[in-house]
Design a protein around this ligand. Structure first.
Ligand SMILES: [Zn+2]
Length: 439
């Protein structure tokens, strides 16, 4: 059920005045104006002490307030409209042009009008909360305690969405979008159907970026790629017969037994490539019989295959062919049908190759430069995500893609999901610097 839109905006400061406010750097006495934005004095002082990326005070407060407001809006996959509307309103207030809600319900906007097209992407849907009463702080309030923002989506990935919108706005204000078109997208349904959102966004906007930044949580480290995946259903067919006379039938579970052994064997034989190893696991089994007194007429298993760079889609498809070879069995991708909040129905096909960008790629180098400028140190540690993201779509289109986002991804989807405010501020600074460095 959708939340009342008018209630969703209550945390947004009435003086939503960036980019004008950005030009008026506040003196330190402006610190007392912070109460206007519901930040406590102690949090603010701690934030100042921890600060590695410095930002004008009013703008910093607006950025934090946007992240809080987004967290305060429940936006499970398929029910993101209030969060998307807030992002739309924010982009308009920040001076984005061509702000568009597309057919799937993503919102995106542009700053700058140059030839080089960069897209910063953050999804606004979240996984559900099933245990709200066990959270230390309410999951949909956007509460800040001791400089840490708590709530579902604070890490995955509403803080990043706020940081991307403000980072692009800062870059534009500074004149760093000269010769570039910088798009920010706030996308939907990522948790169930990663990448489908960008397929619709690119088609509806006729957009083909030169570079994409996936703002998923990476502890503010540069993420060079992630594993791919294939989610497959294998079905065996049997012949039903009375349980008292089983020899008249064919048992679909017995037919599956050898396939199960092949799954385990295939997993054991997967070889590592460059220190990474793919995997295959049977994650579910079920069978159908006319009754508990009958021979099962069908059996299904669910196979989850994680793919590393160097393992192709063709290889995975032939592995699946080999699993069912010689058996009365078929395999199929676990295609899912979903309906977006706009009412549009779409299908998701869960087969994506892994991706990895080179350390010496110009996009990686632009990230390294932004990292140094913003965080005052060398980017020594790089992340390779375990999980899949919207990157699958630009990667399939052969668009250079990289990841960087605030928050610890190990806290994503967990009870008490939370993020230090300074990480969100640093990420905002990084995005601005990256726009400057990318050419
Ligand atoms: Zn995510």
């Amino acid at each position: 059920m959708y939340r009342d839109l008018s209630k969703s905006y209550y945390l947004i400061p009435s003086t939503f005045r960036l980019p004008l406010a950005y030009e008026r750097r506040q003196p330190i006495s402006g610190l007392f104006a912070v109460s206007t934005f519901n930040l406590t004095f102690s949090i603010f002082v701690k934030s100042l002490l921890l600060m590695s990326y410095s930002m004008p005070i009013t703008q910093r407060a607006e950025l934090i307030d946007l992240a809080r407001s987004l967290v305060a809006i429940q936006s499970y996959s398929g029910r993101e409209e209030p969060a998307i509307r807030l992002a739309e309103k924010t982009m308009q207030a920040l001076g984005f042009q061509d702000v568009l809600v597309d057919s799937l319900g993503n919102v995106s906007g542009r700053l700058g009008n140059g030839d080089q097209i960069v897209l910063l992407d953050a999804h606004l849907d979240t996984v559900a909360v099933e245990d709200a009463e066990q959270w230390t702080y309410p999951p949909f309030e956007g509460r800040i305690v001791d400089g840490v923002l708590h709530g579902r989506g604070s890490v995955d990935m509403k803080s990043a969405a706020a940081a991307a919108m403000y980072g692009a706005a800062i870059a534009h204000q500074k004149g760093w979008t000269e010769g570039k078109s910088v798009y920010v997208s706030c996308t939907v349904f990522e948790e169930d159907c990663d990448g489908e959102n960008l397929r619709y966004l690119f088609a509806d906007r006729s957009l083909h970026p030169d570079a994409v930044v996936i703002c998923e949580p990476s502890n503010n480290q540069i993420a060079l790629g992630h594993k791919g995946k294939a989610q497959v259903i294998i079905t065996t067919k049997g012949v039903s017969a009375h349980g008292a006379d089983p020899d008249r039938g064919v048992n679909a579970v017995y037919e599956m037994a050898e396939i199960i052994q092949r799954v385990a064997q295939t997993h054991a034989e997967i070889q590592p490539i460059d220190g990474l190893r793919g995997s295959m696991v049977l994650s579910k089994i079920s069978s159908r019989a006319a009754s508990l007194n009958a021979v099962p007429s069908s059996c299904q298993i669910y196979v989850d295959r994680r793919i590393i760079p160097g393992e192709s889609e063709e290889r995975v498809r032939s592995e699946m062919d080999a699993l069912v070879f010689g058996k009365n069995a078929t395999w199929t991708l676990d295609r899912m049908q979903r309906t977006a909040w706009t009412g549009k129905t779409f299908e998701y096909e869960p087969l994506h190759e892994a991706w990895k960008i080179d350390l010496d790629h110009p996009l990686t180098q632009a990230c390294q430069q932004a990292f140094r400028t913003c965080l005052n140190r060398e980017p020594e540690d790089y992340v390779f995500w375990d999980f899949s993201t919207n990157a699958v779509t630009p990667v399939r289109m052969e668009i250079p893609t990289i990841g960087f986002g605030p928050g610890d991804y190990r806290r994503a989807h967990m009870r008490d999901e939370c993020i230090p405010i300074q990480e969100l501020v640093d990420a905002c600074g990084f995005y601005a610097q990256l726009i400057k460095a990318w050419s």
